[in-house]
Write a protein that binds this ligand. Sequence first.
Ligand code: AMP
Ligand code: GLY
Length: 427
Amino acid sequence: MNVLLLGSGGREHAFAWKIAQSKKLKNLYIAPGNPGTALLGKNVNIGINDFEKIKFFCLKEKINMLAVGPEEPLVNGIYDFFVNDEQLKEIAVIGASKKGAMLEGSKDFAKEFMQKYNIPTARYKTFTLANVNKGFEFLETLIAPYVLKADGLAAGKGVVICENIDTAKATLNEMLNGKFGAASQKVIIEEFLTGIEVSIFVLTDGISYKLLPEAKDYKRIGDGDKGANTGGMGAVSPVCFVDDTFRQKICNRIIEPTIAGLRAEKINYQGFIFLGLMNNGGDPYLIEYNVRMGDPETEAVFPRLDADLLDLFEGVATKTLDSKQCKTVEQSAVTVICASGGYPDSYKKGFEISGIENINESIVFQAGTTLGDNKLQTSGGRVLAVTSLGNTIENALAKSYTSIAKINFQNMYFRKDIGQDILNYKK
Ligand code: AMP
Ligand code: GLY
């Protein structure tokens, strides 16, 4: 198979790593990719939203399958673009349709869907500038802290949690008045859920599904979950509280109603569903849907996946996923992100990265890197994702931190407490 993968982050390096191991692969292309993906396939300089150029490339290189890493092209309708094009319609697209991608692209749509299909989630209401006073009244019915969410995509920054009612009201006003541009023309106010979060990954062909290994990510910049929100500073898999009982609840209460709901709404969905869940006293509540894999979770999940990814994708494309093998390896995986000092605020780029070549106990996925003067340099906030497998989480952690000690770039920063909450978790 000739495969084109869209994206350029650590997640896409992990996709490329897994796809490159497939028996079914002939040629792998990544658009635009990064220096890490270039070690596994051929990078092509095309933007993820440049559908016309993607089309031209697919026809020229006889691409059989398009795998989509990030949500943006899906929200912009790349699935529909392929299906509705006479020349492209035979190419399998692994990803949600434009309507399906609204599960991530519009939080209002997602919440309405959850409510309609009785999927456990936080109580909520949606407001616009026209009924902002109703929003203030609704806030009065909730107890602190208050959760306010921009309806649309806001580069991962659209959720604001306010500690008191006055800040919540002021924030609602700001959001409705354009704090996140068009994304916050509608704002969802919802009840605050307590508990511990987990990321659940599902691959579906629209009829059946496979549950991939779960992961926990570490969103805050600082140790002890302190400081600003980031794209994610690390991940671990498995997550101890996701046992058979909890997993069964997730399947029965969330995944199966979601897939049944998509079918009832006649929404095509042949791709990944990422559930952001809260474990509240042993019961799963859905915080959000994403229509892609998580980053950095993918870098911990794919190394635990005992399956040929292209074989699974073929099952997705031909709606025969049910007949495919998908197992999880027993070992634990840990990913620690090496970031540019200053991230998620401003930071400098262009520092030379050294030491990766000395690492043999971990896999180094590249995220924010570039080649300058033929040398690997930093080019983003999250620079590297260092993943290790081990018989225990402790063992995998030790490997990742030993590997990181061999890596060097100016201002390198990483969290030192990845996985500690899971190691100390008491049921
Ligand atoms: P999101 O951008 O939707 O991933 O949300 C960012 C983060 O906000 C989530 O990962 C949670 O930590 C938190 N969050 C969102 N909704 C709620 C909620 N209803 N209760 C508690 N925390 C929430
Ligand atoms: N790590 C969370 C996400 O990918 O959204």
